[in-house]
Design a protein around this ligand. Structure first.
Ligand SMILES: Cc1ncc(COP(=O)(O)O)c(C=O)c1O
Length: 456
């Protein structure tokens, strides 16, 4: 039975039929009941409002006559497609659809998501889940997923991990949120971040009371020698593949970073967001393996499978983990177990590795097509950070205004963010550049995108 709440009627006295009619008209006009909403049958609505069926039939007929409702035999009564006030802003996917070429970095090839396989994992999971497992979950995460991740991280990221070290989160975003809340509760009010870096992360920290302090990045990664003067006790690094510049943190800087953490009782937050994607360089092991007591490791399926799954994880030293599990419990009592258990199956069956092999084979020719097209069309542009990841940075000739260039490209339907937008302040902008994601476009589309960049 469909329900319909018309508050004006519930509280109204006397002429309840007319009150219901006006309330329904107003709910449609204001967009509270959006177009195509299916309404209860006249019998059901009569029961819910305590009116006679005849009264409800008459008010439906009146609103059909006025054009507010449609009544079709077999599909009941629905709200007519009227011009209603906009209820929501465009979703990111709707916004994307307006670009002729969307080179925004950070999105894998979503068309490769293994839908049938994932459905099979979810189906098998649901079929074998006990009733008890449909109750409140373990706030630290599904035990099977934590066990599978521990062996995956050991195998693929050279990171020795026990299931008891892990907390499952809603993406890397929630992992960072929980860390931010925990650091805030410990009395911290500042956090060091790479400059340039993911601007959404700085906004996230600011929203949780931590002021992001930018530490410059050069060809060897974050300049760890500047940390002692930053007045911060925690720093976020993308050591395997700096976002957005694409450089790897070199061995000397790794040592300096960990020495700083040891000497100052500091915390290194290792955002390992896309370490699995590399093409012409050997894998770099996770930083946490070198100093597990000082490093909080953050991982996510967003760059391997799809951001929409909202699955991420933290690997933490014991004391910090206990605080983070408390924060997670207070936040939402734990992530949904069904997708977690499906991912555990995917890892156990080898499906995750297979998917990675498949997408790596796909991304490399995409990257090469983009680099070739850029080299031919813009010989003065120099791509950097190309050995790994899902994007490249192109270094533009000195004196180019990358913000103006990016705006000009956007006006022509090409989404190519300026490197300047990842800097923490105008003064800290590195060289002029564009940050180009290539994973989601075929080689032909990438060549067409570069041709379109050259333009008129
Ligand atoms: C630097 C960086 N870290 C982490 C993530 C992944 O975030 P999430 O797992 O919340 O989707 C992204 C995605 O844009 C990113 O660019």
């Amino acid at each position: 039975m469909r329900e319909l709440l018309l508050p004006a009627v519930a509280s109204g006295g006397g002429r309840r039929g007319k009150a219901a009619e006006s309330a329904l008209r107003e709910a449609i006009r204001s967009g509270t009941l959006p177009k195509n909403t299916r309404l209860p049958s006249s019998r059901d609505l009569a029961g819910q409002l305590g009116l006679s069926r005849g009264t409800v039939t008459a008010l439906y007929e009146q609103l059909v006559a006025e054009g507010y409702l449609l009544s079709k035999h077999g599909s009941g009564t629905t709200v007519a497609p009227l011009d209603q006030p906009q209820q929501a802003t465009k979703s990111p996917t709707e916004a994307q659809a307006t670009w002729a070429f969307d080179l925004k970095p950070g999105v894998p090839a979503l068309s490769t998501f293994p839908r049938a396989e994932w459905l099979a994992y979810e189906r098998e999971t649901l079929a074998t889940m006990s009733d008890a497992e449909l109750g409140y979950p373990d706030p630290a995460g599904h035990p099977e997923l934590r066990a599978e991740l521990a062996s995956y991280l050991g195998r693929v990221r050279a990171l020795p991990t026990k299931p008891e070290d892990i907390v499952i989160t809603s993406g890397a975003a929630e992992a960072l949120t929980l860390l931010a809340r925990t650091l805030y509760a410990q009395g911290q009010r500042r956090i060091a971040v790479e400059d340039p870096s993911h601007s959404g992360q700085s906004e996230l920290f600011t929203a949780h009371g931590l002021r992001p302090i930018g530490i410059p990045v050069d060809d060897s990664g974050i300049q760890a020698g500047l940390l002692p003067d930053s007045d911060c006790s925690a720093v976020v690094v993308t050591a395997a593949h700096q976002f957005p510049l694409g450089v790897a943190l070199d061995a000397a800087r790794r040592r300096a970073l960990l020495a700083w953490a040891r000497e100052t009782d500091g915390l290194v937050i290792e955002d390992d967001y896309d370490a699995e994607h590399r093409y012409d360089r050997p894998a770099l092991g996770a930083l946490r393996a070198l100093e597990p007591e000082r490093v909080a490791y953050v991982g996510s399926v967003s760059k391997v499978l799809a951001p929409a799954l909202r699955i991420g994880w933290l690997v933490l030293p014991p004391e910090l983990r206990a605080q983070v599990v408390t924060a997670k419990t207070l936040h939402d009592l734990g992530c949904a177990p069904l997708p977690q258990a499906a991912l555990a199956r995917m890892l156990r069956s080898g499906g995750y590795d297979r998917h990675l092999r498949r997408t790596r084979r796909l991304y490399r020719p995409r990257r090469d097509a983009l680099l070739d097209a850029l080299a031919t069309t813009f010989p003065g542009w120099r791509p950097v950070g190309i050995a790994a990841g899902l994007h490249v940075v192109v270094r533009l000739p000195e004196g180019t205004d990358d913000v103006t260039l990016s705006a000009d490209l956007a006006a022509r339907g090409i989404n190519a963010p300026a490197l300047a937008t990842y800097a923490h302040s105008p003064a800290s902008r590195p060289y002029p550049g564009l940050v180009l994601g290539y994973a989601a476009l075929t080689p032909d589309r990438l060549r067409a995108a570069v041709a379109a960049m050259r333009g008129r």
